[in-house]
Design a protein around this ligand. Sequence first.
Ligand SMILES: NC(=O)c1ccc[n+]([C@@H]2O[C@H](COP(=O)([O-])OP(=O)(O)OC[C@H]3O[C@@H](n4cnc5c(N)ncnc54)[C@H](O)[C@@H]3O)[C@@H](O)[C@H]2O)c1
Length: 255
Amino acid sequence: MPGQVDGRVALVTGGGSGIGRATALRFAAEGARVVVADIVLEAGEETAQLIRDAGGEAQFAYVDVTDEDSVRSLVELTVNEYGRLDCAHNNAGILGPVAEFAEYRREDYERVIAVNVTGIWLCMQAELRQMLAQDPPEGGHSIVNTASIAGLVGSPTIPAYSVSKHAVVGMTNSVARGYGTRGIRANSVCPAIIDTPLAQPLFEHAESEERMRLRQAVGRFGEAEEVASMVVWLSSSDASFVTGTPIRVDGGALA
Ligand SMILES: NC(=O)c1ccc[n+]([C@@H]2O[C@H](COP(=O)([O-])OP(=O)(O)OC[C@H]3O[C@@H](n4cnc5c(N)ncnc54)[C@H](O)[C@@H]3O)[C@@H](O)[C@H]2O)c1
């Protein structure tokens, strides 16, 4: 039976860890050829190797998403390697320090915005230029950006992160509206707390891990694979009428 994204070319940023690694593995398991991009070489290489070990096709590419030349080279490498770009998962992100709004240091705020906002902006620009030059696959080209439930409601302890994720939702919707008639869909995924390295500082600052678990209706944190399955579905032709949607993958946290 063909996979959900059989024969497509997928690009995943932040593919060396957590949600990005899980998505890269899932894309490959569903038949895509995958470019795994990350700023940490060993981690990204490891994901690509995991895919090849499982019989899939993958290539690692270094990227710093805050650097326009680096992002442009990433898309070029993808096209040189696999001929096209069908699905992009712009997922690289950082949490930034845990601190209240009035105490938040400007340099920390700017770093969070650089990676989480400017990074996705630059990736989408380079990806859109490539996608516009190709014929869309069935169901359209797909861009999925990793936002967060912190992009839908305020977060008093990680305010810069919350600003950045609101921006991700907004720019994704703008792209969805701007390119929908040209064969390109753009959606954002909004996870609650997922058990990855990024979330660890939240546990350290929490009054009680148990109370944090209970914020999700299902009473637990999410797994990276539970976000990956949504990203890959959004990238498939089954989601052909879904665009400009911030989709919660949050165990009912905002229900
Ligand atoms: N874990 C959660 O609870 C949670 C919840 C909601 C949203 N998210 C979002 O999911 C995404 C993935 O996070 P994760 O939890 O898997 O974290 P993670 O730390 O496990 O993975 C993030 C990856 O991004 C890479 N990265 C960081 N800066 C980069 C840069 N400048 N250029 C290229 N790569 C860079 C890191 O090297 C790492 O491999 C992030 O955007 C994060 O904000 C995470």
